[in-house]
Each structure stands twice: as C-alpha cells, then as structure tokens.
Design a protein around this ligand. Structure first.
Ligand code: GLU
Length: 511
C-alpha cells in the first residue's frame, strides 16, 4: 500500500513561492513521508505568458532550504519524467483529441474579438456571458459546424481552442478529504478551455493528464483550486479514468493577520513581515521582497509555523521538528476554516527553535558578527556569551544589540534611567560596591553574587536600587542579561573601571 502513495507539489513558476504554496508543499511532503510514499515536484509552466525567469530555481531553493527534498522532480529525475510540463508538450494534444472523439470536448473558433463583443452585449443587458451549453449551439465551434468545415478550418490554420463539453443539468458528486462530499450542478459551470491556440494545454488538462500519467494517488493543494474540482473530476470521468482518480484534499486559506481575506504580499509589506521563504528580486522591476531566510528565521521555525497554519496535532503541543511532524501528520487533522497568520507568533516560533540549537552550533554565525565589529574573542567566551544571550533573543542578528556591552564600555547613560535610579547617595554606595568587588576572589558569577548580596544585607540597602544603579554603570541602560554573569565575563578590572568612570560621568551628566 505505502509504495502507492504518490503526491505532487505542482507550482507554476510565475514568481516567488508564497508561504501558502510552501505550506502546500509541506503538507504533501508530510503526508507522503508519514506513509513511506513519494513526494514529487512538477513544474507547471504551460502558461508561457506568465513565465518568470528565476522562479523555478527559487521554488527549488525554497524547498531545499526547508529540507523538503523531492523524491522525483526536474533535478532528481525519476521514472515518470520529464517533470516540467513544457517538456511534456507533445503529450497533451492527443488527450485533447481523445476527449473530442469521446464527445466530451470540441473545437471552438470564436475569435477573442467576437467573444469580447459578446461579453459587452451581455454586460449591456446586465448579464454575464458564459461559454456553456446555453450558448455554444449558436457559436462558432465544431458542434455547430459539419465535420468537413471544421477540418477545413483547422487545415487552413485558423486559430482554435479546445473546450470541455459539460452536459447541462448533471449533478457532479465529488469527495474532498478535508471538506467531505461536495456536489455541484454542471449547469453552473462553463465549457473551460483545455487546449489553447498556442498549441499548449491549459492548466486543467495538463494537470489532470499528468496526475494520471504520474500515478498520483492524492492531490493536496490550496483551497483556491476547489472551484476547478468539478472540471477535474469530470475530466477523469470523460477519459474513463475514474477508477484511477486520485483522492483530493483542498487546504484552507492562510488569512491576513487582521481583517478579511487571504494573506497577501501587501499585508507583509504593511506589517513588516515576509510572505516569501527567501528574498526575491523581481527580474522585471528590480523590487526586492524580504524572505524568511534573510530575515533570520531558521528553516525549522518556518516549517513549524506553517504546519500549524491549518493543521493541529489534536494536543497542546505546538513545537515540532520536521521529523516529529512526519510522524504526527494526518490529513484528518486539517481544518476546513482558514487560519490567521500571526507575525508575532512567527517570531515566537523562531525564538523557540533558536533555543533548541546547541550553543556551539551558533558560534560561527556570532563569530563573524564579532569579526565585522572588530572584536576579538575566544571560542569559549563566545559560547558562554551565546548561552547568556540566546534566551533573550528571537533571531541571531539580535545578538550584537543584546551583547555589545560585553565588549565595550557604555559611552552614554540613559537619561531616563539616570533620573529615576541615580539618587544622591548612589555614588557613595557604588563606590563601596566597587571596593567590595575589588576584594572578590575568584571573580566568578557565584562569588560576585555573594559579595554584592552581602554588602546589600550588611548595609540594609534595597536590592533593586543597587542592582539598577550598578546595571546603569555597566551597561548604560536598564536592560541586559544577569549582572553577575556580565561581571564575571568582563573581569574584575573592567568592572571596576566601568564603575569608576561611570560614577564620574553620571555625576557630571546630572549637574
Ligand atoms: N499549477 C497549480 C498552481 O500553481 C497547481 C494546482 C494543483 O496543485 O493542482 O498552484
């Protein structure tokens, strides 16, 4: 059974992959891997007018970044290739003709101008023109012409399209794994174009033919394709392939953080968060859109946050690795309603996954930041620093702003904090603290803590007042990690020098 699970992610290379598309890829991957099945990448590039250079590489790189490596695809190959529809071009016309022979499709010769005029005529009457069973008998197609005329027109090179012929008034019954039974009456559907005048199939024909040729067992895709399902199911039936028809699952939309509708690039621009996995430079306009990778997200976090947009494990657990997702994922835990994207929650996922990365693995990244700041520091100290700062940050690029004071003495002192925390007797207390620290041996976090606390207790000082003033001297502000760790890292000499010069500078600042 398991080797029959074959799913495909079938993006069109019309631009960068939206995170909604990446989630579709992820759900396909998880569904396949859970059951030992095959995850296929198929590039659907039959619409030449929408082709964007670089988009295919972008899609592949995005999948690789997330670790969603296809088992079959344009790069991997496989026994059902080629995996780019443009390279399968010759195959589709035969299928379109077969549908004509079976009475399920027809040639249509109406020119774009004629159709446009009809559209306008209908519009003037307050109606919408639909190419369907009600009108097709009065239009220029092979249903209204005799066979010879049709053949002559084709032989003369007259442009045509091939349309699907829906029988009116038929109830089309379908099953969706997320939505259950779906019924649509064929009278509400138009005779969709299957094959275009440029000799290329449309998405619908190529998609169904390839799903069949590639022995796809499950079609898992975004909800926006649900309206195409009646046509696709009808195509399977028209080809006589109903017994081979894949099962369908349409995934709920990813919704805007606030308000109605699908998450769009504009929402990202407005809210200052990426909607693409990787940075994308538009080859036409040169505009650059931010990517999760470049914004400092870990791929693990990205995958985790996407998995929970539409799926849940049925438990309270929110943090998952890719392996855990593979073993937990089930389509019956995918909900019907859209999931709201929460940019703050996205950061939270990164924070959580960052904490899971061993400190020593983060050394190279932070070392190069330090190098760029002209700071030298040995590996052991870097690792210590990472262990101190990591719990305080969401992204590695926040390391420096949270740790610069480990390397440089503050050059200014937050006036608001000075006003609040620097009282008349503070300089004297800080001088006493500096003296006590001068006696502290060994100068490690634990003994520094003992010295400071003893001094506070012996003099019956308030803990908060002393710690805040001391922080101001060491950091210049009211924020930062634990002071005992900081002091131990800085060493006795640096601590005392910062304290002495700070006392002097703040006194000057106050007067
Ligand atoms: N090429 C379609 C897309 O761009 C694929 C839809 C499907 O999976 O059937 O999303």
């Amino acid at each position: 059974m398991s080797q029959n699970i074959r799913v495909r992610f079938a993006p069109s290379p019309t631009g960068p992959l939206h995170i909604g598309g990446l989630r579709t890829a992820l759900f396909n991957y998880l569904f396949a891997k859970r059951q030992g099945g095959t995850f296929i990448l198929r590039i659907e590039d039959t619409d030449q007018s929408r082709f964007v250079s670089g988009a295919e590489d972008y899609i592949i790189e995005s999948l690789e970044w997330c670790g969603l490596i296809p088992d079959e695809g344009p790069r991997q190959g496989g026994s059902f290739g080629p995996y780019r529809q443009s390279e399968r071009k010759e195959r589709y016309s035969g299928y379109a003709l077969e549908l004509i022979n079976r009475g399920h499709a027809y040639h249509a010769f109406d020119t774009p101008e004629e159709l446009e005029n009809l559209r306008k005529k209908y519009e003037a009457k307050g109606e919408t023109f639909v190419y369907d069973a009600r009108v097709r008998d009065s239009l220029k197609n092979s249903l209204t012409m005799d066979r010879q005329t049709t053949e002559d027109l084709i032989a003369a090179g007259t442009p045509y399209v091939i349309r699907f012929r829906f029988e009116p008034g038929v109830e089309i019954n379908m099953h969706d794994m997320v939505r259950g039974e779906v019924v649509v009456n064929s009278s509400t559907l138009d005779d969709k174009i299957l094959f275009k005048s440029d000799g290329m199939p449309t998405y619908h024909l190529a998609n169904v033919v390839d799903d069949n040729l590639m022995a796809i067992s499950h079609v898992i895709r975004g909800e926006e394709w649900l309206p195409s399902l009646p046509l696709h199911v009808s195509l399977y039936r028209a080809f006589g392939w109903e017994h081979l028809m894949p099962q369908f699952a349409h995934l709920p939309l990813i919704l805007k953080p606030t308000g109605k509708g699908k998450l769009s690039k504009r929402d990202g621009d407005k809210g200052g968060f990426p909607v693409f996995p990787l940075e994308w430079k538009d080859p036409g306009t040169g505009d650059v859109s931010p990517g999760y990778r470049e914004e400092g997200y870990l791929p693990e976090a990205c995958i985790n946050l996407l998995a929970l947009l539409g799926w849940n494990s049925g438990t309270e657990q929110e943090l998952f690795s890719l392996e855990e997702l593979v073993s937990e994922f089930q389509l019956d835990k995918v909900g019907k309603s859209g999931s709201r994207f929460d940019p703050e929650k996205a950061k939270w996922f990164n924070h959580q996954h960052l904490q899971r990365v061993p400190d020593n693995e983060l050394i190279p990244a932070f070392s190069s930041t330090l190098e760029s700041k002209g700071v030298s520091c040995d590996q052991e100290q870097i690792q210590t620093l990472i262990s101190i700062i990591k719990p305080r940050i969401n992204f590695m690029h926040e390391m420096w702003e949270q740790s610069w004071f480990f390397f440089t003495a503050p050059s200014s002192y937050d006036p608001g904090v000075v006003k609040k925390r620097w009282k008349e007797d503070t300089p004297e207390k800080m001088t006493m603290l500096a003296d006590a620290l001068g006696q502290c041996e060994p100068f490690i976090a634990e003994s520094v803590e003992t010295v400071v606390k003893n001094l506070i207790t012996d003099n019956q000082w308030g803990m908060g007042a002393i710690m805040n003033a001391w922080r101001l001297l060491l950091v210049g502000a009211a924020t930062g990690p634990g002071l005992f760790d900081l002091a131990a890292f800085l060493g006795k000499e640096e601590v005392i020098s910062r304290m002495n010069s700070g006392i002097e500078k703040i006194n000057r600042q106050k007067n």
